[in-house]
Design a protein around this ligand. Sequence first.
Ligand code: FES
Length: 105
Amino acid sequence: MSDNWVRACAIDDVDEEDVIRFDHNGQTFAIYRSPDDEFFATDGLCTHEKIHLADGLVMDDIIECPKHNGRFSYKTGQAKGAPVCVNLKTYPVKVEAGDVFIGLE
Ligand code: FES
């Protein structure tokens, strides 16, 4: 587990089955809230053409990129088919006192 937890947002900042963008130290992340009310974090940019995934669509455990409709599992980062073939990096998440933290290296 990480020892560098960074506050990304409040839990109420993210609707269920939605995603928001979070920038920190020049890096962009995407923070997801699943339909069963769990939080996840990945790199914020699609591995295909560096498009912001927070502008994409969340469906169940999938994030669909807004540019070419590439899909990833936001829980595992796994690329789910063309045109995306490089997995997304994922980050540990914890929720404490109404805030969402992501664990950075
Ligand atoms: S930029 Fe995301 S699928 Fe092409």
